[in-house]
Unconditional design. Sequence first.
Length: 198
Amino acid sequence: MTTLEGSVALVTGGSRGIGRALVTALYERGAKKVYATARDPRTVTHPDAVPLALEVSDPASVAAAAEQAQDVTLLINNAGASVNANFLDAPVEDVRREFETNFYGPLLVTRAFVPVIERNGGGHILNVHSVLSWLGVAGSYSASKAALWSQTNSLRLDLKPRGIEVTGLHVGYVDTDMTAKIDAPKVTPESVAAQALD
């Protein structure tokens, strides 16, 4: 089991919502260093976090982040997009954009950081899914998160022999910018972060 105390973590989408709550919770649980990534690293507000520029769907950006964060032992693939494109009517480009962020983004980041985590003695990867992985009510969002869930299950088998554990986190509605227009009960990002790290 991965120990949070003394770990070096990288949280994609670490400047707001669940990502920001995860950064705070990691420090509260004794992480030595936390890289908080964002397209614009100036949006990272945690005073102890190491801001790092990252666009998860851009291979060059992912490679640059991995080059800078060579001490990572815990990777949290949290960055995501919510396009919710309708499969019959929306432009196919909208569907592709959601998959680029929610499926291929975590894949690119994971592929870049597996060698890093392995060199550092093993560790853990946490992928943030959604309960909408199980329900087809949000078009391309549901499909992209279901695909990420399947990716997580495959990676768990592939990486276990290499000393890297993989966990999937399925969340319902969380009180973040992404769900601001949804009128339904929501949990706090802090609650999700605490349960994820538990």
